[in-house]
Ligand binder design. Sequence first.
Ligand code: KG4
Ligand code: ZN
Length: 360
Amino acid sequence: MNKILTPPHILAIDTSCDETAVAVTRGQTVLSNVIASQAQLHRQYGGVFPTVAKQAHQENLEPTVQAALQKAGATWNDIRAIAVTQGPGLAPALEVGLRFAVALGEQHTLPVVPINHIEGHVLSVLAQPRPRGATARLQQPIEPTLPALAVVVSGGHTEFILVKTVGRYQRLGATVDDAAGECLDKVGRLLGLGYPAGPVVETLAKKGNSSIFPFPKPMTATKTFDMSFSGIKTHSRKLIDQLEKTNALDRQAIADFCASLQEGVFEHIIYKLTKLLKETPVKELWLGGGVAANVELRKKLRSLAGEYQLPFRTPYSQKLTGDNAAMIGVAAYYFWKNNPDFANIPTPLDRKPQWPVDNR
Ligand code: KG4
Ligand code: ZN
């Protein structure tokens, strides 16, 4: 008879971009998920400034690890492995996290498991909150029906990923230029909405009319499931210039612009996704990544999933949509399921700034 193993406590670290994130997870359960955001530091540059990110990670990692352990009610004696994002992401930022994780592994004699950040976003939909009042008891795990189609929409990535099994992925389409979140951020910046502009665009869009400024529909003639957002950005720039010249960019026009922009970006994703679902039989639809916090995008995907009678999954909390380490811990749990002894992990753990999710 197979021995049933209890999932180990994992301390997970993600420093792929501008959040210093540390979590403690056990199986799919998130015991703590601490994020030290650098958004305030990067605001003055209107985007992430790599050397500033590197330094902030160096300063934040130690206290964020302590906070994650404390919030989880755990000590180093409970931890069985350290999981860390190896890529993709900003090279100097990844490097800090990897070095720190390796040093912690040596200090506490723990294995260090390298994780792909995009795989983390994909598996974020399988994370579960800690059950209230039960510290020792584990919940029923979420058992997805596969294959699933995972849509990852963030500031750095916009991808359609076929999840054949957990750990076996195939990228079926991706943006050929800007990511969807990047497009919202860049256009939002032109509108003076600060950084990151995505959440502000969502708030303002609620007061706007999405049909006032119709956006071009990119790549409708191409057969692939790839996407492009740079045309939407160029179109926005021209339109904003015109509106500014005629003094027509008042509060209502900005709200209408945000609603129209959101519609243009999300409808492009939906257009390609619909095409993909028509040709690819899958059993579930998943949505992860920073832009998955957007209620309108969730609504659109949920409704599309309904049309195809597919269960729809998205992270249970907003803290799991943007960059976080709990999703890295969940990915490491699946690594452990296949390799309970954490054996034969390659070393050294070099950063992989351009690591596609389907290249293992
Ligand atoms: O996953 P994430 O934290 O970082 C990357 O891996 O890129 O995603 C950040 C992106 C930013 O572009 C941000 O503007 C966008 O997610 N975002 C949103 C919302 N919340 C975050 N975009 C639209 N609506 C939101 N509510
Ligand atoms: Zn991310």
